[in-house]
Design a protein around this ligand. Structure first.
Ligand code: ACK
Length: 305
């Protein structure tokens, strides 16, 4: 192991305006768990100018995390301080001053990840059970709305020159009012129990969301985020299916280089599929911008009204 936690690195004093008293935060159940970190549901009293008690998500390291993981949490904390957009997850506060492990307090998304919502909505459609908790089948209009919201959030991050590197349905959260919130961005991230990541030495890579230039040369830009957005659209259309079914991750790059792309799902219109396909142009500069994509989805929504 590298340097132990608690030594070497510190959350800076400039972060003081985010500091939240630990005794005003009550932790509840685990929402998600990774190798190094976990996300818990919590209740914060008088946080971020909000009156009363607010349900929050609390991100923290697990025991045994090392300095690399500590730095990853710190970098996420710093990035989150810079962003403010309705379609990007918000930081509410942090507990960094106590001797205990640092906690990031983040906006709670009541429907969890978009991927789990999509998969849950399938079951509801099949079983015809009640729409309790506001979970309802995802129709074309909702799908287009989700895609449009994600484009707006990603356009915002692009303008800040932030590259996500892991845009996928599992990393978009769905908040109250079915609002998509982009999350888990930054240089390093934990991987929350998902077999979408191919284990390569110590870091795991989401091969099936990666653009050819990222697979070949580790090049990540907003244009590789656009490629991943195309795969995310495919996840939306298939209600959370795993991309490139039956294809081994190690064969994907050469297959893409032959020009192979996922075909149009049966329930997808030609109009939507043609937009998705532009995201998968081999040449990064031939891919559209998130701004353009947002406008396209807005148009498609108008046609579906
Ligand atoms: O699909 P889920 O239930 O929603 O499983 C994942 C898990 O934690 C690992 O990321 C959930 N999660 C993460 N951040 C939040 C949040 N801010 N609000 C609600 N759930 C969250 C996510």
């Amino acid at each position: 192991p590298l340097m132990p936690l608690q030594t070497g690195f510190k959350f800076e004093s400039g972060d003081a305006k985010w500091e939240f008293p630990r005794d005003q935060l009550r932790l509840d159940t685990v929402l998600g768990e990774g190798e190094f970190g976990q996300v818990l549901k919590g209740y914060a009293t008088h946080i971020a100018g909000l009156p009363g008690v607010t349900t929050v998500a609390v991100k923290m390291l697990k025991k045994g995390a090392n300095s690399v993981e500590y730095m990853a949490l710190l970098s996420e904390f710093q990035l989150l301080q810079e962003v403010s957009h309705p379609n990007v997850i918000k930081l509410l506060g942090a507990c960094t001053l106590s001797s205990e492990a640092p906690l990031l307090i983040i906006e709670y998304a009541r429907y969890g990840s978009l991927r789990s919502y999509l998969r849950l909505s399938r079951k509801i459609e099949c079983a015809g059970v009640d729409f309790s908790d506001g979970v309802e089948p995802v129709n074309v209009k909702m799908m287009l709305t989700f895609a449009w919201q994600i484009c707006k959030g990603m356009n915002y991050l692009t303008e800040l020159k932030l590259v996500h590197r892991d845009l996928a349905a599992r990393n978009v959260l769905l908040a109250d009012g079915k609002i998509c919130k982009i999350s888990d961005f930054g240089l390093t991230r934990d991987v929350y129990e998902d077999d979408a990541y191919l284990k390569r030495s110590r870091d795991r890579v989401p091969v099936k969301w990666m653009a050819p230039e990222s697979l070949a040369d580790h090049v990540y830009t907003s244009k590789s985020d656009v490629w991943a957005f195309g795969v995310l659209c495919w996840e939306l259309i298939t209600l959370g299916a795993s991309p490139y079914p039956g294809i081994a991750p190690q064969n994907l790059w050469s297959l893409l280089k032959t020009g192979y792309r996922m075909e149009r799902p049966e329930n997808c219109s030609e109009a939507v599929y043609s937009v998705v396909r532009t995201c998968w142009a081999d040449e990064p500069n031939a891919r559209p911008s998130f701004k353009y994509l947002a406008a396209e989805f807005e148009k498609l929504l108008g046609n579906n009204a």
